[in-house]
Design a binder for this molecule. Structure first.
Ligand code: APR
Length: 311
């Protein structure tokens, strides 16, 4: 039986569970949360949508990790979201406790799972889940690049008036201020972005992309984005479950690629049943390469903060 577990039945978790269930690619989607009744109620509601949307995947809501046993993929969304004015780093201490606890429980019941972390601050929470799980690094990854790239694509489509589906955008680096949008690999209708927009217009888009999450937090006042984030997480789940080997920008463990080692960093990676099956090395400009290395140093520094919390 194929099974995906989503930990945390809040906004991000429930929409991810819904998207994966509606894709009808696994037998069961399990949603778990510390709040009693919440995952059960949402699961019942989703199951009742099955005859209308027409999918067979069964959704299970639970507070008991025994029900998550034998999952192929586990998405960790448990944790607090940002409030206006907060940076993702402000969530570090409280979410580290949650992610550590959740990872321990997941691993006890699903020793062969691929873990996808989305809880913020993303780069550290992915590192933490990898350390706590003791899994091979390829089986633990984070979601950020898919979302940031989609946000950038939307801004490019808005600016150029192009069909959103003809825009290609990609961001690498960290999920935060050292995010590295890569204009040299972006295109509109197959034309390089640099031929379609001026440097000033591209810089403006890059800046808005870097602050894309905060823009939505500021508008919502409570909570953070979840429609595009859950679409990104569900796309990664699909690639692993169906073993598609698609290349996606994800937060993955790098070991020498792009001249960077021993850190979780946003890079293009081929996803399949084994998790991150290969890190793909695109040609970057010198400036983009320097920005990526700078992002790696920033993540390493942030991870050191995590170590001091543990000590
Ligand atoms: N185990 C399981 N679930 C937990 C735990 C825990 N130890 N601690 C908290 N939760 C649950 C909460 O009960 C809540 O239902 O996590 C859920 C979080 O949901 P929301 O508050 O709606 O937050 P959401 O928007 O889903 O964001 C979750 O994703 O994008 C990131 O920054 C965001 O870190 C945040 C995470």
């Amino acid at each position: 039986m194929s099974k995906v577990t989503v930990v945390g039945a809040g906004k991000y978790g429930s929409t991810t569970a819904q998207r994966v269930a509606e894709a009808d690619i696994v037998d069961e989607v399990v949603m778990t949360d510390i709040v009693e009744g919440l995952p059960q109620g949402l699961a019942l509601d989703m199951n009742e949508s099955r005859p209308i949307v027409r999918f067979r995947t069964k959704v299970v809501g639970t507070n008991d990790y025994a029900d998550t046993a034998g999952s192929d993929v586990v998405v960790i969304t448990a944790g607090l979201p940002r409030k206006p004015g907060m940076s993702r780093m402000d969530l570090l201490e409280v979410n580290a406790k949650i992610v550590r606890d959740v990872t321990d429980k997941i691993v006890a019941h699903s020793p062969d799972a691929v873990i996808i972390v989305v809880t913020n601050p993303l780069d550290q929470m992915t590192t933490l889940a990898a350390e706590v799980s003791g899994f091979p690094r390829r089986r633990v990854m984070g979601q950020a690049g898919m979302l940031d790239s989609a946000r950038m694509a939307h801004f490019i489509a808005e600016k150029t008036g192009a069909d959103i589906l003809s825009v290609r955008a990609i961001t690498l680096g960290s999920h935060g201020p050292t995010m590295v949008p890569v204009p040299s690999l972006c295109s509109v209708d197959g034309k390089p972005l640099t031929e379609v927009l001026s440097k000033e217009e591209i810089d403006e888009i890059v800046e808005r992309t870097r602050k894309g999450g905060a823009e939505i937090v500021g508008l919502l006042k409570t909570g953070s984005a979840y429609f595009a984030p859950s679409a990104a997480a569900a796309a990664m789940v699909r690639a692993v479950v169906l073993d598609t080997k698609e290349t996606m920008p994800v937060c993955a463990w790098v070991e020498g690629q792009y001249g960077v080692s021993d850190v979780y960093l946003g890079v293009p990676a081929k996803l399949g049943a084994a998790g991150v099956e290969e890190i793909v090395e695109f040609d970057l400009t010198d400036e983009e390469m320097a920005a990526l290395r700078e992002a790696a140093d920033a993540v390493k520094e942030k991870v050191a903060t995590l170590d001091s919390l543990e000590g």
